[in-house]
Design a protein around this ligand. Structure first.
Ligand code: GLY
Length: 327
């Protein structure tokens, strides 16, 4: 995989999470090795995914070690990402004039962190402006999301709303819905703006009350996939949703918090069961089975995916800390 692939940060990030959990030096050494290999991305401006690429490896590494060189890479990465602002444009390829995908909410965490860390409030203003526009344009009245909104760069008007990785333009692609859940929860953590919390809870409400969310709480790859209940599940969406719900519970009133944690617990049990969790040493070394990358392009179908493992590990750590905090 090329360093500028959007998924390059998840493996180093997972190594840091394993070090966080175990305290073992061998995970730290491996994490430092794989994180360092991505340092050349610090000025990357080729697409919107700098938050994933740098935030997972360098971000977790900085959280755990306080290394000044990691901080500096992250701050450069945030400034580079900010150059894509008007809205943060997701992609420079494709038939669109100015495409923004809901996944982009995840990259705002790097901007919010950099604003806090450096005092450059402009970076947080960019993140909130992007989140506000996403909230206004990507969501339907039931809390479900469009994957991609294309804007007119001259006027800012919406040219179209559609899917790229989901089943249909009007469907709800599961991972996109969970990126939004995670992203708005994170933006509430960073800003304490009530509308972000309310929106995260609206997204959660859509997910948790959906008649086609299976009993084991592992979503089908798209909530409107035509072949449900035979449709493929997406463990990566489940892992992102689970990690987000555990954080959202910490901001929610007790009844909702219990509901969110209950679903997250079911997801952790499901993901840890032989139905979804590979035996150690199998599955190419990945933890989770049965994720879905891009069905419309017929790739990464029913496979392990690095981001599934990363958010599964993060969810386990967040859950463990929730339990410790309750003691
Ligand atoms: N951000 C790309 C994906 O979720 O597949």
């Amino acid at each position: 995989m090329a360093p500028d692939d959007w998924t390059s940060g998840f493996f180093p990030g997972s190594l840091w999470l394993l070090h966080d959990y175990t305290g073992e030096a061998r995970w730290k050494a491996a994490a430092e090795d794989y994180t360092g290999r991505l340092a050349g991305l610090r000025h990357f401006t080729g697409h919107h995914d700098t938050g994933f690429m740098l935030g997972c490896g360098f971000g977790q590494g900085f959280r755990l070690t306080g290394r000044a060189d990691y901080r500096s890479v992250l701050l450069d990465g945030a400034r580079a990402l900010a150059t894509r602002f008007g809205l943060i444009r997701s992609w420079d390829f494709g038939p669109w004039a100015y495409p923004v995908i809901v996944d982009n909410m995840m990259n705002l965490e790097l901007l919010a962190w950099a604003a806090r860390e450096s005092g450059d409030t402009r970076l947080l203003a960019i993140a909130t402006s992007h989140a506000d526009k996403t909230l206004a344009e990507h969501y339907r009245s039931d809390g479900s999301s469009f994957h991609l909104v294309d804007y007119d760069p001259a006027t800012g008007a919406v040219r179209g709303k559609q899917t790229v990785q989901g089943f249909a333009d009007g469907s709800t692609w599961a991972r996109g819905q969970t990126w939004g859940l995670y992203g708005f929860t994170m933006m509430y953590r960073e800003t304490r703006r009530a509308e972000y919390l309310a929106h995260a809870q609206r997204i959660a409400g859509f997910l948790l009350s959906h008649p086609r969310l299976p009993a084991d709480q592992i979503p089908y790859w798209d909530f409107d996939a035509p072949d449900i209940p035979r449709a493929l599940r997406d463990t990566s969406a489940a892992a992102v949703m689970c990690s987000a719900l555990i954080e959202l519970a910490t901001f929610s009133e007790p009844t909702l918090a219990r509901q969110y944690l209950g679903v997250a617990e079911t997801q952790l049990r499901s993901l840890s069961s032989p139905a979804y969790r590979a035996p150690l040493g199998e599955n190419g070394g990945f933890l989770l089975l049965h994720a879905v990358g891009h069905i419309p392009e017929k790739r990464e179908i029913d496979v392990p995916l690095a981001y599934g493992d990363y958010y599964f590990l993060e969810a386990l750590l967040r859950y463990q800390r929730t339990l410790v905090a309750k003691q």
